[in-house]
Design a protein around this ligand. Sequence first.
Ligand code: HEC
Ligand code: HEC
Ligand code: HEC
Ligand code: HEC
Length: 494
Amino acid sequence: MIAYLWILVACSSDGGSRALPELPPLPEPVDAAAVVLGPERPLREAIVALTGAVRGEVEVCGCPTTPYGGFARRAALFDRLREAPVPLFSVDAGEMLVKGMTGRDELDRRVRAEAVVGLAEGTGLDAWAASPIDLTPGGLALLARHGALAANWGGSAGLLPVRVVERDGVRLGFVGLAAADESHPAGNAVEAVLAAMTESVDAWFVLSNADLATNLLVAEGVPGLGAVLATEGDRHDPPITTRGAPIVEAPGRGRYVTLIHLSLATDHRQLELVTSGIWRDIAVTRYRRELDAIEPEVREAESKADHRRLVRRTAGRAVAYVEDIPLSADLDGATNVDSQLERFREAILGAARLSAVAVDQGGYATASSCSGCHRDRIASWGFDAHAHALESLITSKKADNPECVACHTTGFGQAGGFAAVEDKAIGAFRDVQCEACHGPMKGHTGRTGARSRPVTEATCRGCHDEANSPKFDYSTYLAKISCSRLAAPDDVAP
Ligand code: HEC
Ligand code: HEC
Ligand code: HEC
Ligand code: HEC
């Protein structure tokens, strides 16, 4: 329960009544009698911090149920972890750069991709896997320049298969396994990984955004592999024990960081996942203690005692304890990536500005100009949540954050829309107005001029995405909006 306790503690300080995040159940404990011991080596400890499918999420999620995440909090967590007497390795399984539905155009995506990889490096990223969805913005060149790994893409334009990182005497090897796309067929994943594992390291990991079937083949087919560290795919699974190495999935969107506490007392081999008992307590208290304000001497003595306890219990084994840490408000505060974040926000605004001036269909007329003819619709819309969307941002003090403004206003960064986050500029574009759904309609006067674009499920999902509206169900939500309830032809004044 220690893992959940941490989460409770993390939550209680920022709101009290907030619902607990839904985390996967813990895996089955390993049957100690069934474990084959390896040749004994001195104990080496490390923490691998895993993210995956971050998908361009830079800020804390505005999500109603899990308001976690963001690079600032990630940086703060890593800073704390680096105080512990155990080296930290930071890795990402891929799908890091490109944002889903709100990545509106090429420019926005490129700006975001470059900022995200820069921020990840700012927090100390050691290795990351290439993935097809990250190819869109700067193409392969951006990935290659920042050292993305892909063992199975056959040396595509300078991508490397593997990276070995040594820190405080611990050597870990990371092999990239990228999902396939048209120009990069899957190849033989097992062979590609085996071919990459040439050096001598304390443990090998595969960073994978390939599908579960491929991950299973690799986990069971590559002898001596420590673990497959993967993106979550269609849904988030708890750590999976296989006939070979375990598979650990990172929760998506950067809202959590998965910590894998390693205690390695043998040559490189498959990791045993431990879920309970003293190993976990020892591994976890070793860095948690850093968060409590206790005397440094006491801390050091306790830490050494823990190490001795671990040594006694890990002879000949390679064990790992896995926990998901929510990036909650506990971690708020100044960090070393603050100036990078500031530059990111400016860059996003810059990209929005360029798009907004390109006027398309005459641009946005805003809701006040619809009221003359569609009185009933305006009146009923006023009672919808959409009409108060900016208020929610003002309440959470995020009305000046371009990442949030995009979905809580109308026409942000769109051709003929607006692109500044000062009160004055937002003014007429505040809230989710008519044209957020119907599209820009300046010049529309009934039978002539601009027409509504079709309003479909995709229109809603542009904002009601998996992160910000996890309960979204099209027909339920559609029934709740006033506009769809008014029969057409409606209120139009002659
Ligand atoms: C421009 C972004 C955007 C679009 C497009 C959008 N929404 Fe929303 N929607 C929001 C935001 C933001 C909120 C939350 C408003 C608040 O309370 O601050 C919201 C809230 C809602 C709510 C209220 C939820 C609740 O539990 O009270 C419903 C229902 C809803 N939207 C339905 C829809 C439907 C149906 C569509 C498509 C036809 C749609 N929305 C399109 C941004 C959008
Ligand atoms: C991709 C679009 C999107 C982005 C980006 C976004 N939101 Fe939202 N937000 C929504 C939608 C949609 C809802 C309504 C969710 C629902 O009820 O299903 C919502 C709801 C909310 C609510 C809850 C309103 C209520 O009282 O129920 C708050 C608060 C909020 N968002 C704040 C933020 C903040 C802060 C940010 C920036 C960090 C942000 N949002 C970014 C789409 C977005
Ligand atoms: C959350 C998205 C959303 C918002 C905001 C919204 N509408 Fe709609 N509107 C819809 C949907 C969905 C329909 C019904 C779908 C359809 O029949 O095409 C619709 C239908 C209409 C129709 C009838 C269309 C027809 O073909 O007869 C009119 C007129 C209209 N809306 C005007 C407005 C005005 C004016 C506003 C602002 C006050 C507004 N809408 C705000 C989603 C929205
Ligand atoms: C000068 C009066 C007038 C104003 C102003 C006006 N409309 Fe309309 N609108 C009409 C009339 C008349 C119709 C019905 C004609 C038709 O269905 O072809 C209509 C139809 C529509 C429709 C359904 C037809 C379509 O294009 O799909 C939508 C949606 C709509 N209006 C949205 C808006 C929005 C949003 C605004 C504000 C930006 C707005 N209207 C401003 C007169 C107006």
